[in-house]
Design a protein around this ligand. Structure first.
Ligand SMILES: Nc1ncnc2c1ncn2[C@@H]1O[C@H](COP(=O)(O)OP(=O)(O)O)[C@@H](O)[C@H]1O
Ligand SMILES: [Mg+2]
Length: 307
């Protein structure tokens, strides 16, 4: 049995000639927030709908909690919560009344299910307020409350930050992180905006034209996109020795063709160069990286993500 909370194996969905999701292998481990990032039309919703059993894969497999979803749906789905489409709420009722109705429909009998869910998303201090008076951010939170009433171990959210302002996103980030930390909930969240998903996720799967281009941790992503000074030198060993002994630089990487990337001392290329040259090291290139996070995606998929 695998260790993944969720794993897809060559998961594929075709619509006539079009391949909406193309042989993707997703790996989500316990307690993680997994961000599925891709432009509009990339295949995010189709993927999440297949995971929830709402759309049948053309080929490929999905395992949740180590079990195949087709054979074990009855055991699996009570342990999963989701919002794939924005749920319809009765505008002329309160949040509490809406959730009570949903809980009854879904056969959730625990007395504290509704207050638990409302307090989790921070809507417990709005007792008399009708949903009609809710902001978009509050409605999104109510949607999440509806998805967590039964205390799922896996939560699947399709673009929950759509239309939220930065404060709304920050609030969502906080309560999703709390859910992860306190309840060990695993969360899969999709988005078409890198800067948003970067604030929320631990690991990102980049999907483009139905293909999963890569799975990358936020740490790796940031590291890969940190700014650096790059020198191309004739004698790497000697240059490295100078960096360490003369400048006390430890944050550097040695690359091919005599290149050295230095992640500190940005803007001090003049001094570094002088010392290299004084020590008979030829410097054939000095470059400042321009890489930024959004550029990384432009490189990866050849265009803007957040269009
Ligand atoms: N029911 C459907 N019938 C035909 N094509 C579909 C259907 N659902 C999605 N698609 C197509 O599959 C592709 C991926 O769509 P979708 O999964 O909704 O992308 P995303 O959620 O990333 O915006 C799109 O080109 C879309 O037009
Ligand atoms: Mg979508």
């Amino acid at each position: 049995m695998s260790n993944w909370v969720l794993e897809t194996k060559a998961l594929t969905r075709k619509y006539k000639e079009q391949t909406a999701v193309d042989a993707i292998n997703i790996h989500v481990s316990k307690g993680q927030i997994y961000g599925l990032l891709g432009r509009n039309g990339a295949g995010k919703t189709t993927t999440l709908r297949m995971i929830m059993g709402l759309v049948k894969p053309t080929t490929g497999e999905i395992e949740i909690f180590g079990q195949n979803i087709q054979e074990n749906a009855k055991q699996i789905y009570p342990r999963v919560g989701s919002i794939i489409e924005i749920p319809g709420f009765y505008e002329n009722l309160t949040a509490n009344e809406n959730l009570e109705i949903l809980a009854r429909l879904r056969g959730i009998h625990r007395r504290d299910a509704v207050p638990y869910a409302l307090s989790r998303v921070g809507l417990d201090d709005e007792p008399g307020k009708l949903v009609a008076q809710y902001s978009l951010g509050m409605k999104q939170r109510l949607g999440i409350a509806a998805a967590i009433m039964h205390e799922p171990e896996l939560l699947i959210l399709d673009e929950p930050t759509n239309g939220l302002d930065p404060i709304g996103i920050q609030e969502m980030r906080n309560f999703l992180l709390d859910l992860c930390e306190e309840k060990q909930v695993t969360i899969i969240i999709s988005s078409h905006i890198l800067s948003e998903i970067e604030q929320l996720a631990d690991i990102i799967g980049v999907i483009h034209e139905g293909k999963l281009l890569e799975e990358i941790t936020i740490g790796e992503l940031r590291k890969r996109n940190r700014r650096y000074l790059e020198f191309q030198v004739s004698n790497q060993n000697k240059a490295v020795l100078l960096l360490e002994e003369y400048f006390n630089i430890i944050d550097y990487e040695v690359h091919e063709k005599g290149n050295i990337r230095i992640y500190s001392h940005l803007g001090e290329e003049g001094q570094l160069n002088k010392v290299f040259v004084e020590n008979d090291i030829e410097v054939s290139k000095i470059m400042m990286s321009e890489d930024r996070l959004e550029d990384y995606f432009v490189k990866l998929i050849g265009g803007r993500v957040s269009d």
